[in-house]
Design a protein around this ligand. Structure first.
Ligand code: ZN
Length: 269
């Protein structure tokens, strides 16, 4: 098979040479809106057809958690906003470089887990086997990280990070605002950050509870929470120290805060 015709030395003929002049342009940076959309449709870039099908309805995160995931990326300084566009920071780029396990940074992991959950629904996959796999995966990942010492992540020093640290370490006295009664409903929903918090019969919850799912009960770990404690929880993410919290391991002293799923949890340190 010849791609080029044969040319003889000295041969000539009519031709019109043309060099295409142009520049490739980098993909458009994400905005918050396009990033959300990309998370919804993350499965589209996955090669495996079955996996793509499973991811079709999933993407990265759930509708209720996607905005939060982006929020977390901002808070941890993995991404930053310039005008409306979102860019990865050096810290974010380094982080992804540090994770050598491809699966961990690929949307396929969600797809693989979803597939197994579907199989479990049909009774074709044992929960215990899944749990065992997760355990082994985590052990292997940790081993990888331990063996992989030379890498580091650069943290750009900036004010918010420094401030957070200071508050934790020294708790500088804040100028006292005139005291007003604590009001948990003054808070914005800490989960979706898009709706106010409303008082229900047994809990404060997101005004958009149906979609967001956030609520915090009046009573937790055997303690009735005061309005002040609830307000702290909703606005600062944690309460002051509370004694005598009832847990399966006995009574504990600690601060109430939220875990990744916005369930109440006790912080003892
Ligand atoms: Zn909400």
């Amino acid at each position: 098979e010849k791609i080029l015709p044969v040319f003889e030395v000295g041969e000539s003929g009519p031709h019109a040479p043309r060099i295409h002049k142009g520049k490739t342009s980098p993909p458009k940076p994400y905005t918050e809106a396009t990033l959300l959309r990309a998370m919804e449709t993350a499965g589209k870039q996955v090669d495996d057809e079955e996996m793509r099908e499973l991811l079709k309805d999933n993407g990265i995160g759930r509708p209720s958690t996607r905005a939060n995931i982006i929020e977390t990326l901002f808070r941890r300084k993995y991404i930053e906003k310039k005008k409306k566009n979102i860019f990865a920071t050096q810290t974010g780029i380094d982080l992804i470089d540090t994770i050598e396990n491809e699966l961990l940074k690929s949307p396929e992991l969600t797809g693989a887990w979803e597939r197994k959950l579907r199989l479990m629904e049909k009774g074709e996959y044992a929960m215990e086997a899944f749990r065992q796999e997760l355990t082994e995966m985590v052990i292997a990942l940790i081993r990888d990280v331990k063996n992989n010492t030379g890498r580091s992540i650069s943290f750009a020093p900036d004010k918010p990070a420094g401030k957070e640290k200071k508050e934790k370490d020294a708790a500088p006295p804040k100028p006292k605002a005139p005291k007003k009664a604590a009001d948990p409903t003054a808070a914005q929903c800490p989960k979706c950050k898009a709706h106010p918090v409303k008082k229900g019969n047994t809990a404060y919850g997101c005004a958009n509870f149906a979609a967001c799912g956030f609520k915090v009960p009046f009573e937790a770990f055997g303690k009735k929470l005061s309005d002040k404690q609830l307000e702290d929880l909703l606005t600062k993410g944690k309460t002051g120290k509370i004694k005598g919290l009832a847990t399966p391991e006995g009574e504990q002293e600690g601060r109430l805060t939220f875990d990744d799923q916005f369930n109440l949890t006790i912080q003892t340190s």
